[in-house]
Design a protein around this ligand. Structure first.
Ligand SMILES: Cc1ncc(COP(=O)(O)O)c(C=O)c1O
Length: 392
């Protein structure tokens, strides 16, 4: 029996999401403690109150609340919006999928603005939609006229990450209003909101086709518990509550969110440390002649590598690989290739030193590294390692 013949044809050939590997696996493989700057995770972890809440919780044997009542109510104060506008997901990844399931019919189009977060095209493929790429400009700004030109009667959803992953820049309110004026569902993904303080959340009240996504993965250090939420018009929220899996938020994630919101000053002080460290990292990276770091409003910094100086002068850049947003699957290979780009070579040499970052070699992101902001000691170790690499 050939199982491949039974697979939905669109999915059989689909490229999956190139996810990062967990710390235990990386440490097992390298046999050492690593510095993990590849997942935009929070280097300070979660609130200590989360550990207490998880150990105090006594209903792990009972299903969670399918209506997410306690959680949605708890998010009212944080978001400034009443619970009818809020739906929680198993990470904001799940909400991306649910939104597409709600709005797409087979062959409907989704506007993606690369370089950006890789789950938008992956989830579109899974939902049998068609990804229409409208690339960002050379400063990574969203091409609003380009998006408008790409619209047709099949266009249902427009995704904009703000701040954008991996470029770190945001979109402004006027541009969002222009996009919602197209009448399509506009998803502003604010996974990094807390590091930028820019939000479009309140606009949802006036524009029912606007959706704002958020997550507890980054600012609150809960990436491993998978909890995100979205702010939707009450109509969309009601539909999502109907189509989502009934118990999509596990009780541990719920307990962790409540404990996090009860310790918000502590979490905000960590966010402040991260944004201060981001600026120090930006300066330090900028001091290396062969790197061009881009300013960021998130908890990571994108850098492109100049090939004209340092130890990379004689190397030719690799021809562009097909676009794959969150870094090509090749990035998981430990093998060395003679044709590898300076970014890949630097990525590989950093790995040897136990420092994990992400590299990109796709159109619009040729020869780039993305470095998550760590603790000050992580920055120092990274910069020292980059200097050693520079000198050969
Ligand atoms: C822009 C963006 N949106 C969403 C996510 C996914 O977040 P979550 O952990 O809540 O699924 C990420 C994760 O890296 C991201 O960068």
């Amino acid at each position: 029996m050939n199982i491949n013949e039974l697979i939905r044809p669109g999915l059989a050939a689909m490229k999956g999401y190139a996810a990062i590997e967990p710390v235990e696996i990386l440490e097992q493989r390298t046999g050492r403690r690593i510095i993990k700057l590849d997942g935009n995770e929070n280097p300070y972890g979660c609130s200590p109150k989360v550990y207490q809440a998880l150990s105090d919780y006594s209903y792990y044997h009972i299903y969670p609340d399918p209506e997410q009542r306690i959680l949605r109510r708890a998010l009212e104060e944080y978001t400034g919006l009443s619970f009818e506008y809020i739906v929680c997901g198993n990470g904001s990844d799940e909400l991306i999928d649910l939104i597409l399931r709600l709005f797409l019919q087979s062959g409907d189009e989704v506007i993606n603005c690369p370089p950006t977060f890789g789950m938008y095209p992956v989830s579109t493929d899974v939902c049998d939609g068609k990804v229409v790429d409208v690339s960002r400009d050379e400063n990574f700004a969203v091409d609003i006229p380009g998006i408008k030109r790409a619209l047709n009667e099949k266009t249902k959803v427009i995704f904009i990450a703000s701040p954008n992953n991996p470029t770190g820049n945001g979109i402004i309110e006027e541009e969002v209003i222009e996009l919602v004026g197209t009448g399509r569902i506009v998803v502003v993904d604010e996974a990094y909101f807390e590091f930028s303080n820019m939000t479009m959340a309140k606009l949802v009240l006036e524009h029912p086709n606007l959706v704002v996504l958020r997550t507890f993965s980054k600012w609150a250090g809960l990436a491993g518990l998978r909890i995100g939420y979205g702010i939707f018009s009450t109509e969309i929220a009601a539909y999502l509550m109907k189509i989502k899996p009934p118990y999509n938020i596990n009780v541990a994630a719920q307990a962790a969110v409540l404990a996090s919101l009860a310790d918000i000053d502590y979490l905000r002080s960590n966010v402040a440390k991260i944004t201060a460290e981001r600026e120090r990292l930006l300066t330090k990276l900028g001091e290396l002649e062969w790197l061009k770091p881009y300013p960021s409003q998130a908890n990571f910094i994108l850098c492109s590598l100049h090939c004209s100086s340092g130890s990379f002068s004689s190397r030719q850049p690799e021809p562009s690989a097909p676009y794959h947003s969150e870094a090509s699957p090749r990035c998981h290979s430990e093998e060395r290739s003679d044709e590898e780009s300076p970014a890949k070579r630097t990525w590989r040499q950093l790995r040897k030193k136990g420092i994990f970052v992400r590299y990109y070699d796709s159109p619009g992101l040729e020869n780039c590294l993305r470095i998550s902001v760590g603790k000050p000691g992580d920055t120092d170790a990274l910069i020292n390692a980059l200097k050693e690499i520079e000198h050969g």
